[in-house]
Design a protein around this ligand. Sequence first.
Ligand code: GLC
Length: 715
Amino acid sequence: MEQQKLEQLLSNMTIEEKVGQLMQFAGHFYATNENRDPVTGPEDLQVSSISVNRSGSVLGSAGAERNREIQERYLEQSRLKIPLLFMADVINGFRTIFPIPLGLGSSWDPKLVEEAQAISAKEASSAGVHVTFAPMVDLVRDPRWGRVMESTGEDSFLNEEFAKASVRGFQGDNLETDLNRVAACVKHFVGYGAVEGGRDYNKVDLSERELRENYLPAFQAALSAGCELVMTAFNTVDSIPASGNQKLMREILRKEFDFNGVLISDYGAVEELIPHGVAADGKEAAKKALLAGVDIEMMSLCYENHLKELIEEGEVPEDLLDEAVMRILQLKNKLGLFENPYRNASARNQEKNINCPEHRKVARKAAEKSCVLLKNEDVLPLSNEKIALIGPYAHNRDILGEWSIFGKQEEAVTLKEGIAQHTSNYVYALGCPMYERSEEALSEAIKAAKDSTHIILALGEGRDWSGEGRSRTSITLAENQLELLRELKKIGKPIIVVLFNGRPLELTEVEGLADGILEAWHPGSEGGAAIANLLFGKANPSGKLTMSFPRTTGQIPVYYNAYNTGRPLPKGSTGRFFSRYIDAPNEPLYPFGFGLSYANFQYESLQLSSNELAANGTIDVQVLVKNQSDYSGEEVVQLYIRDMVGEVVRPVKELKAFQKVFIPANETKQVHFSITEEMLRYHHANLEYKSDAGEFMVFVGTNSADVLSQSFDLK
Ligand code: GLC
C-alpha cells in the first residue's frame, strides 16, 4: 500500500481506533478455541472485548489455524480492516530448537546463527508469527542473572556480530516478498544485563561512556542490519526507567541512531513506571511512555485507559499518537499484511517446514559447534569403552532451554539416545534427581560405575533455574549433584562431566574431580545426538566461551576486558597492596574465548606488516596456527588490541576480530587479519568517538589469556 493510502487510512481513524493500534494483548484474549494460552504475566488483565477488538497486535500466539482464525474473526468486525500483527518469542528456534543463545554464541559462527534463525523464521512464519522478540543483545558480565542464557555474553564486538547475523536470518532481504521471514525486535533497550547484584529487574547504573562502549553498539549493529523493532528494557538507566526515558528513546535511539521503526514496551513495562516511582498512576505512566516514544504497550492498559483523555486535555499532542500509529501501520504494510493478512500461515506450510529433517540436521550441527570442551585429560574421544552413563541429564528431554515456548520436549534427543547411536556397551543409571539426593539412585549408580571402565556424568541446572526471574545468589551445581560426583570419584574410574546449564557455573570443585568436562548448555532438540557425536569423536569440539567462568561467585563480575587499575597485581605476586583478593586469584577458572579441541593447535610467528599505522592505512597481521595432532578440527583464532595510553582508561584488551578456521590434521594454516584506525576508536572524556596516536598492543591466540603479542604505533 502506498504511503499516502496509509496517511488516508490514519486520517479516517477515530482516536479510539488509533489508541487501539498501540495495544498488544496475549493470544488467549482472542482465542476462540478451547485451548486458551496459559496466562503468561503475573496476573491476567481485566480488559473489555471492545478493547481487544480494536487492538493492533497479539502476543505469543502461534499455530496457522489458530492465528488465521483470530485474524479472520478480527477483520470481520474491524471497521477499517487493519490486520493484526502476531508477535512471539522465537529466541533459539520455533519447533526445531537450537542451543540457547549463550550456546549459539559459543560457536563463534555468525553464519551458522544466521542459518539457524532463518530456520526459526521459516517455521514461525508458517505458524502465523509475523514478528519475533529477538535478538536479545544485552551484554552480560554477571552470571547470577538468569537471562544470561538468552545473551551471547560479555563482549560487545561479538554481540554485534551475532546481532547482525540474527537480524539477517530472521528478516532476510525483503520482508514483504519473502514470506518465510519474520520481522526482528532487538531487545532490551538498554542495559538490562547490568542489573545490580544480577537480580532481575533491578537498578542499572551505567555511565554514558559505559553504555556507549559496551551496551549500545550491539543495538546499533542490529539496526544497521535493518532490524524493524526495538523493545524497551524493564530497568532504570540513570534512575529513569527505560520505558519513560526520553533521553534514551528520543535522543539516542530515534534521533542519533535514526531509528524510525516500532518501539514496543516489554511486558507491562509502561504500567511499571508506577512501582518504579516515576508515575503516580496509569495516566502519568501513559504520558511518560508516549513522550518517550513507546509505540506499543505490551500487556498493560495505560494507553487504553488514558491516552484519549491526555490528548483531549492537551497533555500530549495528538501528533505523537499519529506518529506511533503510522509506524505500526508502516510495519504492517512492510509485511504485506494489508494485501495478505495471513502471510505464510497455512497447515500445508507447517506440515512442510516445521521440524523437518533438514532443520534438525542444522540443529544438530549448531549443538555440536556450541559445546565447549573445558577439560580433557586424555579421556576423550571415547571408542569402545564400557560406559556408565549417569546423572539427572543422562536421559532427560528437558534440554530445550527456557525460551523454547513452541518446542516439544518429546521431540528432543536425550544423551542416552545419542550414545546408543555409537555403542551398546553402556549402562544407564539416574544417580540422583535434579535437586535432591536419593540413596537408592546413588547406590545403583555406584554399582553401574564399578562395572564400567568410564563414567559419563550428565549434570546441570534444570531449566527452572534459568531464564527470566531466575537470578541465583550462588552459581554452583546443586549440592546433591556434587555429592554424586564426589562419590563416583571414589571409585577411581575416569569421569567425563557433561553440563546442561543456562549460565556460567562455578566449576572449581568439578574441575578438580573430573577428567573431562564438556559444556553443552541447554542444547536444543538434537542435543543428545550432538553431544554423543562429540564424545565419540564423530565431531571435534570447536566452541569457545563468550563469558568468563568465575572460580567463585564472589569473583563476580569477572570479565576479560577489564581495567588495569592503578595497582595491577604483578604475575605471581603475593603482595598486599595490589588490586586482588586474599582468598582467590583474580583470574576466572576459564577465561573468555576458552575452549579445547581434540586437535592440538599451536600458534607461532605473529608478524605485523609494519609497526606503524597511518590514519588511513592498514597493518596486515599474520600468524601461523599448527595442528599438531591426528584430529582435523576448527579453531577460533582471536585478535585483541590494547590501547596503551588513552584520554580515558582503556581495557587491558578488547576483541577486535576473529576467524573460525578449519585445519586438517598435522597441517598448518596462515591466518591473516587487518588492523585499521577505525578499530582503535573509543569514547573520549567528552564522549567524542575517535582514536589517538600512540602505542598499541595486538594479541592473537586461542583465547583471551593465551596469546602471542606485538606492538605498533598509530601515527
Ligand atoms: C518478557 C521478556 C521479553 C519478552 C516479553 C514477551 O517479560 O522480558 O524479553 O519478549 O516478555 O514475552
